[in-house]
Design a protein around this ligand. Structure first.
Ligand SMILES: NC(=O)c1ccc[n+]([C@@H]2O[C@H](COP(=O)([O-])OP(=O)(O)OC[C@H]3O[C@@H](n4cnc5c(N)ncnc54)[C@H](O)[C@@H]3O)[C@@H](O)[C@H]2O)c1
Ligand SMILES: [Zn+2]
Length: 391
């Protein structure tokens, strides 16, 4: 008994999570054992049931995708079998915009009698990883998910993270869970087939994490921006691996993998990015919105004396040379009360985490600081500056 007469029993759990993140090419070449070994990575030596969810965009750019996947399962039938047909999911943010795709997938997982030792193999962009990942995390309280990201954002950020989510009630990622994957397989071959717009959009997440974590990586990005835009494979593969590594390191060592505190450093530039995505009805790609978001918050950091003007100019040049936007007309949109509609993003960002508003800024480059309020006049000045500069 405690002095107050209450009965207190203490409980403390600590659960280590471990998952491999492997970079490869031609993951579905029958001679590449990686996927089969990954499915069987606990050495259970039996045939695992695998439901395959495939992004329609990835399927469209990959000749004979379904036949290739089926052939791979045939070759490796000792350890894996297809649980039903390959499920094609309409790619892009539309899969995240309501519960339709999630409930459909949950129904399919039930109809195919998946259990907690079955695998859901999700092949797709960040949106499909989020949508199918959420569905799989709910069924039987969590199935094994192997993520096979097919976009730059998917490989350098979403795939290596520990969360998923869909957009509801006008808020990005309103509904979601923390659910580390069973494994991540990044096949660079998918990136070769991406449309230019998706290829370029993913570069912004690398600038984001470099600005707050790694000045050498930041220099690499600025020095190679034109090569990246020109679809140089070697430069892009380095970008993807280094960016993924920095995300993994932060989640592992940052002290708050499941975001219980009020700070979310990996979301530098995202308070405005998420709001812009919503305001554009998702016409802006996540990566494009992030480029604008980090340009705006870096202007703010520069004016607060956290980064020198030269660094800010180097960033803007790097973003532009990569083909990324630094401005969008929606930045100037006003709400009914005449206030900048963008500023709602600050409220939503704070509401998502709870506690005091906490915004991460670079300061100096490669390091970060947290601030707890933002001056709207300075944000407006940043918007005007970026408008003039982007002209
Ligand atoms: N869970 C997380 O930790 C996390 C982190 C960062 C971003 N995200 C989310 O990820 C989403 C953005 O992901 P994205 O940038 O990968 O875009 P996306 O998944 O929306 O895909 C963009 C388009 O590319 C197509 N596509 C995918 N792979 C292709 C391929 N290989 N070839 C041709 N087309 C292909 C898709 O069908 C879609 O039309 C956003 O919703 C964002 O919020 C989540
Ligand atoms: Zn992001």
């Amino acid at each position: 008994m405690t002095p107050t007469g209450n009965t207190l029993l203490r409980q403390r759990l600590s659960v280590p999570y471990e998952f491999p993140v492997v970079f490869t090419r031609a993951a579905f070449a029958p001679s590449n054992p990686l996927l089969a070994d990954t499915v069987n990575r606990f050495g259970e030596n039996r045939r695992h049931r695998v439901m395959v969810c495939l992004d329609s965009g990835a399927a469209g750019s990959w000749p004979k995708a379904e036949a290739g996947i089926r052939q791979y399962f045939k070759t490796h039938r000792k350890v894996m079998e297809l649980a039903g047909r390959i499920e094609i999911i309409g790619g892009g943010e539309r899969s995240k915009r309501d519960l339709t795709a999630v409930t459909r997938l949950i129904r399919l997982m039930a109809a195919r009698n998946l259990d907690r030792q079955s695998v859901v193999l999700v092949i797709g962009g960040g949106s499909i990883l989020d949508t199918a990942g959420l569905a799989a995390s709910l069924v039987h309280r969590g199935l094994r998910v192997i993520r096979m990201p097919t976009t730059v954002v998917g490989q350098n950020d979403v795939g290596v993270g520990v969360k998923n989510g869909i957009d509801l009630f006008g808020t990005k990622n309103f509904l979601g869970t923390f659910a580390p994957p069973f494994a991540v397989i990044n096949d660079f071959g998918f990136l070769d087939r991406l449309p230019d717009r998706e290829w370029i959009a993913g570069i912004s997440e690398a600038f984001k994490v470099a600005m707050i974590k790694d000045r050498r990586f930041f220099k690499f990005l600025c020095d190679n921006a034109t090569r990246l835009r020109g679809r140089d494979r070697t430069a892009m593969e380095k970008l993807v691996v280094d960016c993924a590594r920095l995300h993994l390191e932060h989640i592992r060592t940052g002290g708050d993998p499941f975001e219980t505190g009020s700070a979310r450093p990996l979301d530098f530039g995202h308070w405005s990015a998420h709001q812009l995505e919503v305001m554009s009805r998702y016409r802006l790609r996540h990566g494009e919105a992030v480029a604008i978001g980090i340009a705006l918050d870096s202007f703010y950091a520069m004016r607060k004396g956290l980064i020198p003007e030269t660094t800010f100019n180097t960033l803007i040049k790097g973003l532009e040379e990569s083909g990324l936007p630094i401005w969008h007309r929606l930045l100037n949109q006003k709400d009914q009360s005449g206030k900048l509609a963008l500023l709602t993003g600050l409220t939503r960002f704070q509401e998502h985490l709870g506690g005091p508003l906490t915004i991460t800024l670079p300061g100096p480059i490669g390091r970060r600081i947290e601030i707890h309020s933002m001056d709207s006049a300075l944000i407006q000045e940043g918007i005007a500056y970026l408008a003039a500069r982007s002209r």
